[in-house]
Design a protein around this ligand. Structure first.
Ligand code: NDP
Length: 450
């Protein structure tokens, strides 16, 4: 953190580093917020006096637990499960579960911290949390995944509740895993309630929830471009990932008249110079969601280039949408994007752009939206799923999508309010962080020192 010029921010970050050693992702997420919020707090002494930021970076509660399970060969296996309950000032803890071999406490604390600000930006009553396990669903049978989910929920169920903490999906936790987790919760708690979001429609899920993160991302991009009298029509769009967020980002890009050129997974990326159309997207969805195959199969089927072990940022484009994983777009990638004429980067994933890459993009006039603003559509639709569950009603597709559009528009308005620069452009990092902070901070002030 040597680049921090302001003394107050530097000494704050030194304290955070001392108290959270060996947690680089968490420090990175706190650093971004601190850079935006500390100068703002200096003009609002009530936040400084109440030590709000120092309290915000401390999780209210963290559970770490053993998850034992038996594989198909009868071997005893064990993984580490987590739930980070970060902040409940404005509502019950809310945030997804990630099942991925790289999951660590640092990654889940960064995700939970981001979630606090993102949930606040939606204006819905949701606090922030995140959880998961270092379990890899890839290559496991459905029965193994079911046994793992049941064991994970057997511990988690005592810590969550529909008015306490409502988990959802994230990397490695999709419709299949949510179904198994919900089934086990229902059995243990003897209650049918909206304990998880991202549920199947047959048992309390919301229409548009699967689409919401990718759709919301494109609504946000549309707002960013509209502000400059522009649109995504005919723009070349480079997208990473081929999971839930990427799939629906591709779908909405096509619907808006943009041209999605790439998709990727952890093995490499495909580049389709003709653009991914609706039929090719249907193939990706089948490949990833049903066959659970690799994206390289797309290149074989459609005869287009596949780049093993590479990221898609070297493909010339107007718009780049990182939708896979944290820190997947670094300064070298940012330089390539700028050199090739990219003018907008909006995050579908959480923290996919490194701090050096963000600085480079902003210094070179690229419009850049942080995930806590541009990917908030997913948790917003989760909030709408919670409302429907409480009402014991289902809203129509149109009703949910219209609410989602309004929420993304309002997030953009909040970024404008707190991030407007003297030249009329918007600093989305500053705007999103301050807007997200203010609501949570005001609730914490009102609730006293708890
Ligand atoms: P999925 O599990 O559906 O998809 C993840 C995608 O990222 C897959 O294509 C996966 O490839 C790829 N990926 C995973 N690890 C790496 C890696 N190390 N390098 C390159 N690619 C990788 O997850 P989601 O689409 O749900 O989530 C994607 C991102 O969006 C995450 O950062 C998540 O936190 C964020 N997000 C998700 C929301 C949601 O509603 N789902 C809401 C807001 C943010 P492979 O198949 O090889 O693993």
């Amino acid at each position: 953190m040597n680049s921090i010029k302001e003394p107050a921010t530097r000494s704050f970050m030194e304290m955070v580093e001392r108290r959270n050693p060996a947690q680089p992702e968490f420090l990175q997420a706190v650093h971004e917020v601190a850079m935006a919020v500390i100068p703002f707090m200096e003009e609002h002494p009530e936040y400084v006096k109440a030590n709000i930021l120092e309290r915000m970076i401390e999780a209210e509660r963290i559970m770490i637990f053993r998850v034992p399970w038996v594989d198909d060969e009868g071997n005893y296996r064990v993984n580490r499960g987590y739930r980070v309950q970060m902040n409940s000032a404005i509502g019950p803890y809310k945030g997804g579960l990630r099942f991925h071999p790289n999951v660590t406490l640092s990654i889940l604390k960064f995700l939970a911290f981001e979630q606090v600000f993102k949930n606040s930006l939606t204006t819905l009553p949701m606090g922030g949390g995140k959880g998961g396990a270092d379990f890899d669903p890839k290559g496991k049978s459905d029965k193994e995944v079911m046994r793992f989910c049941q064991s994970y929920m057997t511990e988690l169920f005592r810590h969550i509740g529909k008015d306490t903490d409502i988990p959802a999906g994230d990397i490695g936790v999709g419709a299949r895993e949510i179904g198994y987790l919900f089934g086990q919760y229902k059995r243990l708690a003897n209650q049918f309630n909206g304990i998880l979001t991202g549920k199947g429609y047959a048992y309390g899920g919301s229409l548009i929830r699967p689409e919401a993160t990718g759709y919301g991302l494109l609504y946000f991009v549309d707002e960013m471009l509209k502000k400059n009298g522009d649109s995504i029509k005919n723009k070349k769009v480079v997208i990473s990932g081929s999971g839930n967020v990427a799939q629906y980002a591709i779908e909405k890009t096509i619907a808006f008249g943009g041209i999605p050129l790439t998709a990727s997974d952890s093995d490499g990326f495909i580049y389709d110079p003709d653009g991914i159309d609706t039929e090719k997207l249907a193939y990706i969805m089948h490949l990833k969601n049903v066959e659970r195959g690799r994206i390289s199969a797309y290149a074989e089927k459609y005869g287009c280039p596949y780049y093993a072990g590479e990221k898609p940022w070297k493909i010339p484009c107007d718009v780049a949408l990182p939708c896979a994983v944290q820190n997947e777009l670094d300064e070298k990638d940012a330089r390539l994007l700028v050199r090739n004429g990219c003018t907008l980067v909006a995050e579908g994933a959480n923290m996919p752009t490194t701090p050096a890459a963000i600085s480079y993009l902003q210094a070179n006039g690229v419009l850049y939206a942080p995930g806590k603003a541009s990917n908030a559509g997913g948790v917003a639709a989760s909030g709408l799923e919670m409302s429907q569950n409480s009402l014991r009603l289902y809203w129509t597709r149109e009703e949910v999508e219209n609410r989602l559009k309004v929420i993304m528009h309002n997030i953009h308005e909040q970024c404008k309010k707190f991030g407007r620069k003297e030249d009329g452009t918007i600093d989305y990092v500053k705007g999103a962080n301050i807007a997200g902070f203010v609501r949570v901070a005001d609730a914490m002030l009102a609730e006293g020192h708890v």
